[in-house]
Design a protein around this ligand. Structure first.
Ligand code: AHR
Length: 517
């Protein structure tokens, strides 16, 4: 009996009956995957800004106006399209005027939400916006509506965007900046249902109407894209009430926050658990379950948006996403420093594929956070730097920036754990403006490789290039001693015959396939 079974399994494998077939279809209606889906987030939290991105001009670490040069280089290579700042929760107690003018005259402040640290305000509006220019990335400012006034926000907009004569553009010039910066994206408060003021959706909707009415720079014909502070996870009522109560002329986008947790519990960003590096099969499975959950969540918010905004004028902006584990032993409380393993690479791959596939509504997203906080792309220790597995996924996926979404049809095999199962494979595809096709595919199964076959009869393919990011163990990570254990490698183990591209995708790996036209 055992022998028979073995023969059947081998036969099935030989005939590739067990393989997953992928069919690619160019959709009739074009959808661009906005490059802004690949945005980042730098909050005044822990060692993200101070002692992360910004070390100050007097530091021995090579820097440009206080900003680490190695970080600038790494972020440039990532082609980051936008950077959200200054928070997060920090945003609603940040008063921008404290962060301009001579650095030694700036008042200090206490970062009440994140460790009670005293900050000297040496990293402010000029530092941030000049950094964005250096990175050729678009700034996304989260404005303070918790403890800040409408006037303060109007003045910040005038200070950054007004190129005529005005009190704020005069002040900007006095502080050494002649021309305005290009600041289109503005968040109107952050998590206003929580750290941003514990508001009800009805109260916030009214507050939003007030602040957003004065967020204009029409005299310069200078666009402002206002992002309403949206729901966390499955709080669909929040989205519904906002869309019912905010006039369309006052809103360009609504946001959503969602963190992946190791306990699999939704909303666990508020109550994180588990270790970033020390986890077993069950915790891994639960983390993948939590990561995949974002698909259902974005789809449900999108269907509410489709109900209230049939002509699709309002975008969905997932301006905080990523993994959030328990505090790493030996790190400062509330600094949210965590290492980053292959498990995080799976989360990044899965989430970005889901965003790509929902690019009709999702126009922007921000990974939390850029340096030394949560699912960081960069970790630093004194003069040393690590590019995390998540960095490499973001870089591999940058081929999708502003590319045209392609529909992928496939039936995923299952990844089973005890009595539960998840879809093992997750993918998205796009065509760039040279006609090259890119497919990003994740196998989140921790044990099995899965045979796949791409059916490509309708595509003229001159060359195939494949990259893979994986490692022997799920908890492998780059360290300050060995910073290149995990990096992408080219993958050659495929067969391309008669328009069929066949290969096996190894366990816990992320791949990007380039089909050159
Ligand atoms: O990214 C860390 C925190 O998570 C942010 O400050 C807040 O908006 C969210 O709760």
């Amino acid at each position: 009996m055992k022998i028979y079974l073995f023969v059947i399994v081998c036969f099935c494998y030989q005939l590739s009956v067990c393989q997953t077939n992928f069919n690619l279809q160019i959709p009739e209606n074009k959808t661009l995957i906005s490059k802004h889906i690949y945005g980042h987030f730098a909050e005044h939290l822990g060692r993200c800004v101070y002692d992360g991105i910004y070390v100050g001009q007097k530091s021995e670490i090579p820097n440009l106006n206080g900003i680490r040069i190695d970080i600038i280089k790494a972020l440039k290579e990532l082609k980051i399209p936008n950077l959200r700042w200054p928070g997060g929760c920090f945003a609603d107690y940040y008063h921008w005027k404290d962060g301009i003018g001579p650095k030694d005259e700036r008042p200090s402040m206490v970062n009440i939400w994140w460790g009670g640290e005293t900050e000297d305000n040496s990293f402010g509006t000029h530092d941030f916006l000049n950094l964005c220019e250096e990175l050729e990335t678009e700034p996304f400012i989260s404005a303070n509506i918790g403890t800040g006034t409408v006037k303060e926000l109007m003045e910040w907009i005038q200070y950054t965007k007004h190129d005529g004569i005005s009190p704020m553009s005069k002040l900007r010039r006095e502080n050494g900046r002649e021309s305005p910066w290009n600041v289109t994206f503005w968040g109107v408060g952050n998590e206003t249902w929580g750290c941003g003021g514990m508001m009800t959706p009805e109260f916030y909707a009214n507050k939003y109407r007030l602040y957003s009415s004065f967020m204009t720079n029409r005299q310069n014909n200078n666009k402002i894209y206002r992002v309403a502070s949206g729901a966390y996870g499955e709080n669909y009522n929040w989205t519904e009430v906002l869309l019912k109560n905010i006039p369309k002329k006052l809103i360009e986008a609504i946001s959503l926050h969602y963190y992946t947790s190791a306990s699999g519990v939704i909303g666990a960003g508020r109550n994180p658990s588990g270790s970033a590096t020390n986890f077993g099969a069950e915790e891994y499975f639960n983390t993948m379950k939590s990561a995949l959950k974002i698909e259902e969540i974005v789809k449900n918010h999108i269907s509410i948006m489709d109900k209230y905004d049939k002509d699709q004028r309002i975008d969905l902006v997932v301006d905080e996403w990523g993994s959030w584990y328990g505090e790493q032993p030996g790190t400062k409380p509330r600094f949210l420093f965590q290492q980053n393993t292959i498990r995080d690479a799976m989360i990044a791959g899965v989430t970005l594929n889901i965003f790509n596939n929902n690019a009709r509504r999702i126009k922007m997203a921000n990974l939390a956070q850029t340096v030394n906080v949560l699912q960081a792309v960069i970790l630093t220790e004194e003069e040393k730097i690590i590019l995390t597995p998540t960095y490499h996924v973001m870089k591999l996926f940058s081929v999708h920036h502003d590319a045209e979404l392609i529909n992928l049809k496939f039936e995923s095999p299952l990844y089973e754990f005890q009595s539960e199962s998840l879809k093992a494979l997750n993918a998205s595809a796009s065509m760039d403006n040279s006609g090259n096709i890119h497919v990003s595919i994740v196998n989140l199964d921790d044990r099995e490789s899965h045979p796949v076959s791409f059916k490509l009869p309708n595509f003229e393919i001159k060359k195939i290039e494949m990259d893979i990011l994986t490692s022997k163990n799920l908890n492998d990570h780059n360290t300050f001693k060995k910073n290149d254990l995990i990096k992408p490698k080219s993958f050659e183990d495929y067969v391309f015959v008669e328009s069929n591209l066949d290969f096996k995708i190894p366990p816990h790996s992320v791949m990007v396939i380039k089909l050159v036209n």
